[in-house]
Design a protein around this ligand. Structure first.
Ligand SMILES: [Zn+2]
Length: 102
């Protein structure tokens, strides 16, 4: 379930040494995106260029990420302080994550 996403992210880069996470909505369980995570720390933000694909169209600007199924807010766009990169800050407990590939 959830392996076919509607939209490829045109900003995505292949991230060396990452593993692939499936992020889904904690409210309705809808798969929202696949994310290339580096390291095993908790997931608190998602860099835009590490999002591989999603059921959200990442070719468009999003100030907030909403679940495409139930409309709950999952994350807010911001620019990271240290490396000035576009990212989305996740809300605690509004998402589930599952490792789908090493
Ligand atoms: Zn939802």
């Amino acid at each position: 379930m959830g392996d076919n996403m509607k939209f490829k992210n045109p900003n995505a880069r292949k991230i060396k040494g990452s593993h692939l996470l499936l992020i889904s909505c904690a409210y309705c369980k809808e798969p929202t995106l696949k994310y290339q995570k580096v390291g095993n720390s908790g997931l608190i933000k998602m860099y835009n260029d590490r999002i591989l694909e999603g059921n959200i169209d990442f070719s468009k600007y999003h100030g907030v990420l909403l679940c495409p199924n139930c409309g709950e807010q999952v994350a807010i766009r911001y620019i990271t302080k240290n490396d000035r990169k576009e990212a989305y800050r996740l809300h605690h407990s509004t998402f589930n994550k599952k490792k789908i590939r090493d």
